[in-house]
Design a protein around this ligand. Structure first.
Ligand SMILES: CC(C)(COP(=O)(O)OP(=O)(O)OC[C@H]1O[C@@H](n2cnc3c(N)ncnc32)[C@H](O)[C@@H]1OP(=O)(O)O)[C@@H](O)C(=O)NCCC(=O)NCCS
Length: 214
C-alpha cells in the first residue's frame, strides 16, 4: 500500500478530478491530503479482496477491485483511515466527492453494468515519469484483461484525461459515457473558475469476447 500510495500520489499530482475535489485547499494542504485519500481508498480495496499490482519494480502500478467486491462496508472504511482522509479534504472536498463525483460515477457504472454486475474495477493505474512510454501501463492492463477473460467478466474504469482515455481505447476499451463534474465552477484542470467548463471523466468498459457473445 505504501509503495502504491507514493507512486499514485506523485502521478496524480495534477489529476483534474483530485484537483477538483481539493480545490478549496492550499497547495500544502493538497499535497498532504492527496496521499491520505489515495492510501485510504486502496487500503479499503485491499481489505475487500482488491489487489495492488506492480510492474518493473514499482515503475508502474495498478489498484483494482476484484469481481463481486466493493469497498463501501463500514468497518473497512474505518480501518482504512477514510474518516481522517475525508476530514483532511475539508467540507467542500467531502461535499464534491459524496454529492457529485460519487453519484455520477455510480450512475455511469450502473448504465453499463446494471445491478452492480460483476467486473474488475480499475481504481488507479499510473507509471512513474521515468518509466513512461515503454509499454508498462499497457502490459499491466493486458494482464487485467487476461484475468477478465479467465473469469469471464468485464473491466470497468474511469479515465480522467483524454490521454489515458485514448490509451485505453487503443487497448480495446469503449467509452460508456462522458460526464462532467464542477460545471460552471471549475476549470478543466479542476481549479476553481467562475463559469468554468468543469472536469470531464470518461466511464470505460472492456469485455472479453465470451461476454460480448452472451
Ligand atoms: C497514463 C499512464 C498510466 C500511461 O502509462 P505508460 O506506462 O506510459 O503507458 P504505455 O507506455 O503503455 O503507453 C503510453 C504510450 O507509449 C507508447 N509505447 C508503448 N510502448 C512503447 C515503446 N516501447 N516505445 C515507445 N512508445 C511506446 C504507447 O503506444 C502509448 O502511445 P501514445 O502516447 O501515443 O498513446 C501514465 O502516463 C501516467 O501515469 N499518467 C498519470 C496518471 C494517469 O493519468 N493515470 C490514468 C488515470 S485513468
Amino acid at each position: 500500500v505504501e509503495s502504491a500510495t507514493e507512486l499514485f500520489s506523485k502521478a496524480f499530482e495534477s489529476d483534474p478530478t483530485i484537483a477538483y475535489c481539493l480545490a478549496n485547499l492550499t497547495q500544502k494542504q493538497r499535497d498532504d491530503c492527496r496521499p491520505r485519500v489515495i492510501r485510504a481508498i486502496i487500503t479499503a480495496a485491499t481489505l475487500n479482496a482488491g489487489t495492488i499490482d506492480e510492474v518493473n519494480d514499482w515503475k508502474c502500478c495498478g489498484a483494482v477491485l476484484t469481481p463481486g467486491h466493493m469497498m463501501d462496508d463500514f468497518m473497512s472504511l474505518i480501518r482504512s483511515g477514510m474518516p481522517f482522509a475525508m476530514w483532511s479534504m475539508g467540507f467542500w472536498g467531502c461535499y464534491r466527492a459524496i454529492t457529485e463525483m460519487g453519484p455520477m460515477s455510480m450512475a455511469c457504472k450502473e448504465k453499463v453494468l446494471p445491478g452492480q454486475g460483476k467486473c474488475y474495477y480499475i481504481l488507479y493505474v499510473a507509471t512513474a515519469p521515468s518509466g513512461r512510454r515503454q509499454g508498462l501501463c499497457s502490459a499491466l492492463v493486458k494482464h487485467y484483461q487476461q484475468l477478465a477473460v479467465r473469469d469471464e467478466v468485464p473491466i470497468y474504469l474511469e479515465a480522467t484525461s483524454r490521454y489515458s482515455c485514448s490509451l485505453y481505447q487503443k487497448l480495446g476499451f469503449s467509452v460508456v459515457d462522458e460526464f462532467t463534474v464542477g460545471r460552471g465552477k471549475h476549470a478543466t484542470d479542476g481549479r476553481l473558475e467562475d463559469g468554468g467548463p468543469g472536469v470531464k471523466i470518461w466511464g470505460m468498459i472492456w469485455r472479453p469476447e465470451v461476454c460480448t457473445k452472451t
